[in-house]
Design a protein around this ligand. Structure first.
Ligand code: PLP
Length: 408
């Protein structure tokens, strides 16, 4: 067989800027290439493998379910889907969930809930924020507040306006008689780990209540444990409840699954919000697949049983302290919440062939550490929630060595 790089070049549509690395297997917080070279994985598949790679209990749950039933369609009921829905409602609040297959699809669902909600009054406008990322479908690139994802794909879906993240005044001014919802990531992940303030999230809730808008939280990257809380926004503010929330990524440790929750709040004469999408209004063949749901149930069970929410908070603190302790002139800021850390590289970072974030991530990879770039200036640390203190020390040491390699 030819090298994978050549097969990819010849047969896979080149949508991704891939690193020059073939991954063969993973165990816990480490992955190996086919030659046996080991890498400490602080990207966890972009905030996906919350329990690390090939967690034996998740593998067993998947294997057991796969040998019983892989797929049945949504024409019928399955126990894993029912149990997972119940568990997600328990950790989020009274309401109901829908299952899909990815984060973008989950956000599509939120957008459809908002459109349905506004359909009676002709409202369809959704306010989102600069620097946000909501996925790659047409609706989600329209919602995303980054020009680069939209280029060449117009005309986009109507009705989205992007406002400065954190600016309540701009939100108040942007509301018109067509506005129906506000969609926000409580912690912008792809945008470089920008954390909303408690005042911002509270203010958005108040504005939504005042203008009869839905408050939609995109928790695809920050939800279900990564920040140290099931509801990522609870790590910022405890007394705000959104009307709907989307999830994917960490939900099933790498098994493809997305979901969204809608509150049971009665917002108009049509009854509870969670019943707005009635029979025939939305669907997907694979959504709530029993194998994916069995994986997710096991993930949520282990996070709870092993105290990984608290661990994410405590170890996140350790990681942040160690990163801040580097006191490197090449770092201008470290932004963290739980086990989501973004290192903002200095604006006068030495010039190299690649943009700073990519150059740092490539050099870290060559030194055996996987990290994730965000834009040109931010490097993200998104390790599994069951990472150990010594693995954090090892990662920060490797990162420090790479930063030193830039000093003349
Ligand atoms: N929303 C957020 C906040 C994300 O971080 C992502 C992916 O990075 C998405 C949505 C899209 O998720 P997916 O790639 O599973 O479609």
């Amino acid at each position: 067989m030819k090298p994978l790089s050549e097969v990819y070049r010849d047969f896979i549509i080149p949508t991704y800027g891939r690193f020059d690395l073939d991954i063969d297997r993973g165990q816990g917080s480490r992955v190996w290439d086919p030659a046996g070279q080991e890498y400490l994985d602080f990207g966890a598949g972009i905030a996906v493998c919350s329990l690390g790679h090939s967690h034996p209990e998740v593998t067993a749950a998947v294997t057991d379910q796969a040998s019983r039933l892989v797929h049945s369609s949504n024409l019928y009921r399955t126990a894993p889907q029912a149990q997972l829905a119940k568990r997600l409602v328990e950790v989020t609040g009274p309401g109901k969930v829908f299952f899909c297959n990815s984060g973008a699809e989950a956000n599509e669902g939120l957008i459809k809930v908002a459109r349905r909600f506004g359909s009676e009054t002709g409202r369809f406008g959704i306010l989102t924020f600069d620097g946000s990322f909501h996925g790659r479908t047409m609706a989600c690139i329209s919602a995303t507040g980054q020009e680069k994802v939209k280029k060449g794909f117009g005309p986009l879906l109507e009705g989205f306006r992007h406002l400065p993240f954190g600016d309540l005044e701009a939100v108040r001014e942007a509301i018109d008689d067509q506005t129906v919802a506000i969609l926000v990531e409580p912690i912008q992940g792809e945008g470089g780990i920008h954390i909303a303030t408690p005042e911002f999230l509270k203010g958005l809730r108040e504005i939504c209540d005042q203008h009869r808008l839905l408050l939609l939280f995109d928790e695809v990257q920050c939800g279900l444990g990564r920040t140290g809380d099931w509801c990522g926004w609870h790590s910022i503010v405890s007394d705000v409840q959104p009307d709907a929330v989307s999830w994917a990524k960490g939900i099933a440790n790498g098994f493809p699954l997305g979901s969204f929750w809608v509150s049971n709040r009665v917002a108009d004469v049509r009854g509870p919000l969670c019943d707005l999408l009635g029979p025939g209004s939305h669907g997907t063949t694979y959504g709530g697949n029993p194998v994916a749901c069995a994986a997710a149930l096991k993930v949520l069970e282990i996070i709870e049983r092993d105290g990984l929410l608290l661990a994410a908070r405590e170890l996140g603190h350790v990681l942040t302290e160690k990163l801040c302790g580097l006191s490197s002139p090449l770092i201008s800021e470290v932004r963290s919440i739980g086990l989501m850390s973004g290192v903002q590289l200095a604006s006068d970072f030495p010039k190299t062939e690649r943009v700073p974030s990519l150059e740092v991530v490539v050099r870290c990879m060559q030194g055996g550490l996987l990290l994730i770039p965000s834009g040109e200036q931010v490097v993200r640390f998104l390790p599994p929630l069951n990472i150990t203190r010594s693995e954090i020390e090892e990662a920060v040491e490797k990162f420090a060595c790479v930063l030193q390699s830039f000093t003349p």
